[in-house]
Ligand binder design. Structure first.
Ligand SMILES: [Zn+2]
Length: 229
């Protein structure tokens, strides 16, 4: 998931300075995360910075994708580039985790980092009472990422919405743009699972299609966005 080439660098020298001017140490504080419930069954955590967000969600998200925790060997082989940078922690700006993913990670993990413990405490306190629920993590910067992650939540929680999305995706598969998007997700962004859902999320959010996939898809963006109405 080395996607820095596709995404904007949102963590600049200035934001680092602004942020750490009001912080002491390297701890993620509960007070720097705001929590809301944008739809029933969904808790949305909004962080002030990408490093705080990624430190809370990195292992959880990778566990939800692969079923196991990233160990040190994986980390060294996979997450640090040839210049010695772990860029992921500067640019990955959105996460969505289902109740299943969250609960099985908590059960199967022995030790949590300080940042992860903050996330766990928040989720334990604010956990929705619905049978299915999910937790999203974003930063304040980008409305398109917020829309993208809210799409995943709605797709998971709202069966009627999911049905409509699945029908539209089946139609979109006839378009050559589908192949381009699927190929980019698999080959360049390391996606293995849920390719169709991911494509739908990009079309629904709309504004990142050109940047991530290098194509225009306006008529389809319109169709996917109409599903929200
Ligand atoms: Zn997504």
């Amino acid at each position: 998931m080395r996607a820095q080439e596709f995404l904007l660098e949102r963590w600049t020298a200035n934001t680092v300075k602004d942020y750490f001017d009001s912080q002491t140490g390297n701890q993620v504080k509960k007070s720097s995360v705001s929590v809301s419930q944008p739809m029933p069954g969904c808790i949305l955590l909004t962080f002030k910075s990408i490093p705080d967000l990624t430190r809370c969600f990195f292992r959880l998200s990778e566990f939800a994708n692969s079923g196991q925790n990233v160990d040190m060997v994986d980390f060294l082989d996979h997450w640090i580039d040839r210049e010695g940078q772990a860029d992921y922690f500067k640019f990955w700006d959105g996460f969505n985790i289902t109740n299943q993913g969250f609960e099985s990670w908590v059960k199967k993990t022995r030790e949590f980092s300080q940042a992860e413990q903050v996330l766990i405490d928040i989720v334990k306190n604010k956990k929705p009472s619905t049978q299915k629920w999910c937790v999203l993590g974003i930063t304040t910067d980008d409305p398109a990422t917020r829309t993208h992650e809210l799409f995943h939540a709605k797709y998971y929680l709202d069966a009627e919405f999911k049905h409509k999305v699945d029908q539209l995706i089946a139609e979109f598969k006839q378009d050559s743009a589908y192949k381009i998007m699927a190929k980019t997700l698999k080959q360049r962004l390391d996606y293995i699972k849920n390719i169709d859902e991911e494509i739908a999320a990009y079309l629904y959010a709309g504004s990142q299609i050109k940047m991530v996939f290098g194509i225009e898809c306006q008529p389809w963006v319109k169709k996917f966005q109409e599903l929200a109405e």
